[in-house]
Design a protein around this ligand. Sequence first.
Ligand code: FPP
Length: 244
Amino acid sequence: MAHFGEPLFEGTIMETTCRHVAIIMDGNGRWAKKQNQLRTFGHLSGSENVRNIALAANKLNIKVLTLYAFSTENWKRPMEEVEYLMKLPEVFFNRFIDELMREGIKIMAIGDLSRFPSNTQRVLLNAIEKTKNNKGLILNFAMNYGGRDEIVKAVIRIKEDLDSGKLIEINEQNFENYLMTAELPPVDLMIRTSGEHRISNFLLWQLAYAELVFTDVSWPDFSEADLIEAIRTYQHRNRRFGGL
Ligand code: FPP
C-alpha cells in the first residue's frame, strides 16, 4: 500500500492524474445482514465511511468525489428504509461538518432535492453554504439523482432556451452545460463496490469515457487502500477516447 508521503502516481502527473472519481456505494444492506444487523445499521456504517473516503480522497489530491447516496429508484424501498436514508444527511453533517470544514472540503449536491423532507434539504443546503469557499476536495452527493432524469431535465431547459432564442444550436459541448455536473471536470474513474457490474442510472452521460472499476468489497469496508488500488488500476489502463 502506498503511504501518503510516497508518490501515488506513476508516469507524468499530467498523464495519470485522476481528477474526478465517482462511486456507487453498494452493499450496505448485505454487509449488515452478514453481521445479523438491520440494513439501516449498514447505511449508518456506510455514511461513516463517506467521511473516511472523503478525507482520503482529499489527501490524494482528487478534485471531485461524486457519491451515489440516493437514486431516483431508491424510493421503491420499504418506507422505513427510505425514511432512515432521508435522516442520514443530518446525522452525517452534525457529526462531521466541522472536520470537513477544517480539511477544506467543499460540499455539493446533484439531483432533485425538492422531494426530500424540508429538514434534510436545510441541513444539506447549510453544509453547501458553509463550505462554499473551501478549496479542497469537492464532495458531491448525488441525492434523488438519476441519469435519465438529469438528461430529461437538461432537454426541457434546452427547449426553453431554444424557444427564447438564448440558445441557437445544440452540440455535445453546450449540452453538457445543462447537466447537473456542468461545473465539474469529466469523470475519470467510476468505482462500484459489492460485486455488482451495473451503472444503475448513475451519471449516464458523464461515464461515456470513464474507466470503470468493480470491486467485491462492500461499501462499509471500502478503505483508503481500496481507493488507492482502484486509482492504480485506472493508471494502468490506456485511455484512448476512441482513438488508437
Ligand atoms: C446501496 O446499498 C446503498 C444505498 C442505496 C445508500 C447509500 C448511502 C450511503 C452509503 C450513505 C450516504 C450518506 C450520506 C451522508 C447522505 P444497498 O443497501 O442497496 O446494498 P445491498 O445491495 O447490500 O442491499
